[in-house]
Ligand binder design. Structure first.
Ligand SMILES: [Zn+2]
Length: 137
């Protein structure tokens, strides 16, 4: 992993992106490296007026991340660039372990699609067979 920033550190660094109205920001540390890179580039695109952008929801769906945002008074070119950055970040989460960021694949675990590396998938499988319950990542 080239960037070990945690979700909490990211929220502090780009507070304005995470402080606006949202319906839930579920972030996984294995994926934060991709979001951190997108945030740095979005921050540069926004320039002086940081209030024009914030995340409205971050969640995991079918084993990869989804990033939703609200933006005010952004030009279509800026929006296009931001959308591309977040699309790339979402795509990257499809092949990185949500827990540690190592190479991973999306598989169904106990009824849930999760993106886990071999080690975490084994660990999770053991836990599921032990308890047969819920997500419990
Ligand atoms: Zn892992």
């Amino acid at each position: 992993m080239k960037d070990n920033v945690t979700s909490d550190q990211l929220k502090v660094k780009y507070r304005y992106m995470f402080a606006g109205p949202n319906i839930g920001l579920d972030m996984y540390d294995g994926w934060t490296q991709f979001l951190a890179q997108a945030c740095a580039e979005i921050d540069a695109i926004l320039g002086e007026n940081k209030r024009r952008f914030h995340f409205s929801q971050i969640k995991e769906k079918y084993g990869s991340a989804r990033y939703y945002y609200d933006s005010e008074s952004l030009g279509s070119e800026e929006l296009q660039r931001i959308q591309t950055l977040l699309d790339q970040a979402e795509l990257a989460t499809e092949t990185a372990c949500m827990l540690c960021g190592s190479p991973a694949t999306i598989e169904k675990h106990g009824g849930w699609f999760l993106c886990l590396c071999t080690a975490h998938a084994d660990e999770h499988r053991d836990r599921i067979s032990a308890r047969r319950s819920g997500l419990g990542v």
